[in-house]
Design a protein around this ligand. Sequence first.
Ligand SMILES: [Zn+2]
Length: 120
Amino acid sequence: MLILRQPGARRRARQLPRMRSDKTMTTVYLLHFDRPIGTTGKGAAQHYLGSTENLKRRLHRHRTGYSGSCIVRAFHALGIGFVVARTWEDPDRSRERNMKRNHHIGRACPICREIARNNR
Ligand SMILES: [Zn+2]
């Protein structure tokens, strides 16, 4: 089958700005906890990677212990605070999936990178 393209259609499409809707904008956020829990060393958990369409509300839930995440509740129960190390806009959540799959969470944390640099 012969597909006819309008001349210049492809170029025009590329020049269009990407459509963004604030309503569905997903933010991926990385929480760095003040100290790790669990086993010491590499298996220790000190981060949480989540995504939300309302970061302010989600962080409030994490801080008050009302959180859908088991690990964040565990930190909260131990009185361990956290800081938001980093956020990304992630419209299709591909970054979140990738980072979780590849266990890049600690490496993506600017706080841990800074600590590692100072310990060198
Ligand atoms: Zn960290």
